[in-house]
Design a binder for this molecule. Structure first.
Ligand code: KG4
Ligand code: ZN
Length: 337
């Protein structure tokens, strides 16, 4: 079975073609960061308009006429995400499926992130998942496809959002995660030390707004354009944020007895996080993270999630329906209607 995936939930237009035996057949991605950068964050209306502009050229870039004939189904992101952006992909996906005489299926964006590691040969759930992106910071017990239990969530900002906001404070570009990572490499380890958020609190929740405030207060110690000082702040922030994520994962592994940890989402591209999480491995515990290109939003992971659900017998969706808010825990295992 071959499924075409379409991702348009935020600021990435992604197309991917995944085959049940051959894996990833083709993919194309267009990032809108250049469009949103002057605004310091994603502008929903601009995002939706640009998806409309890019979807067809990207599809043409990905699929020739022969591959188009071989598509068995079309999967698209049905939520959560920006409503206008989601609608462009859902309507495009359904129109294309209708024209091809094939079924269309709406996919949950976070489930797609969680299952993306299966594209690189990782076995399906059960596993523990750390979902870290611009909009989410969650620890999830993935019992099975469609059966997710929320173990921990952020009480305020998502970790990616905190990276973006601190980057902005430091005069860096958008998205801020990669910029902070770059600057932090030049930071001095003990110049500033930020306390790890929620360190003494029991449970598995996260909080990042205090770290953001701490970064802002510390910035007053720096002179204008004091690059060295900015690098020290970037490092202190990155260490505390990553420390908090890693500590929560260690706790969750201990409490659940689960032997596999999967990291997913844009922040899973962070080198320090990958290094620190890797240290949780051993003693029978396996830590898995997606290849770099699978961390950020893409069409391939949507195709993969659609394929897995269709293979498990889920009935396709007759109409394009999207949800801006859609908790992962509301998902059901694949089933025929
Ligand atoms: O999953 P994603 O591509 O989009 C959402 O669904 O949000 O995640 C984007 C987030 C942004 O906040 C970005 O700053 C962050 O991931 N990010 C990083 C890194 N690369 C991307 N954060 C820290 N370090 C990175 N290397
Ligand atoms: Zn995402």
């Amino acid at each position: 079975m071959r499924v075409l995936g379409i991702e348009t939930s935020c600021d990435e237009t992604g197309i991917g073609l995944v085959d049940s035996s051959a894996g990833v057949v083709a993919e194309a991605l267009f990032s809108q960061v250049g469009i949103h950068r002057p605004h310091g964050g994603v502008v929903p209306e601009l995002a939706a308009r640009d998806h409309v502009r890019k979807l067809l050229p990207l599809l043409r870039e990905t699929l020739g006429a022969r591959e188009m004939d071989e598509v068995d189904a079309v999967a698209y992101t049905a939520g959560p995400g920006l409503i206008g952006a989601l609608l462009t992909g859902a309507v495009f996906g359904h129109s294309l499926a209708w024209a091809l005489g094939k079924p269309a299926i709406g996919v949950h964006h976070l489930e797609a992130h969680l299952l993306a590691v299966m594209l690189q040969g990782a076995p399906p759930p059960p596993y523990l998942a750390l979902l870290v992106s611009g909009g989410h910071t969650q620890l999830v017990a993935a019992h099975d496809i469609g059966h997710y239990e929320l173990l921990g969530d952020t009480l305020d900002d998502a970790v990616g959002e905190a990276f973006d906001k601190v980057a902005r404070m430091l005069g860096l570009g958008y998205p801020g995660g990669p910029e902070i990572q770059r600057l932090a490499r030049r930071g001095r380890a003990r110049r500033f030390e930020f306390p790890q958020p929620m360190a003494r609190r029991p449970g598995l929740d996260f909080s990042f707004s205090g770290l953001k405030t701490r970064a802002l207060q510390t910035l007053r110690h720096c002179g204008d354009d004091d690059d060295r000082c900015h690098a020290d702040i970037a490092l202190a922030f990155e260490m505390a944020a990553v420390g908090s994520l890693t500590e929560r994962c260690r706790r969750a592994l201990g409490q659940s007895g689960c032997k596999r940890l999967v990291a997913a989402g844009g922040v899973a591209a962070n080198a320090r996080l990958r290094r620190e999480l890797a240290k949780l491995g051993g003693d029978g515990v396996e830590v898995i993270y997606p290849e770099m290109k699978l961390c950020a939003d893409n069409g391939v992971m949507i195709a993969n999630a659609g394929l897995l659900r269709l293979q498990a017998g889920q009935t396709p969706d007759p109409l394009p329906q999207v949800r801006a808010r859609w908790p992962l825990t509301e998902l059901q295992p694949p089933r025929a209607a």
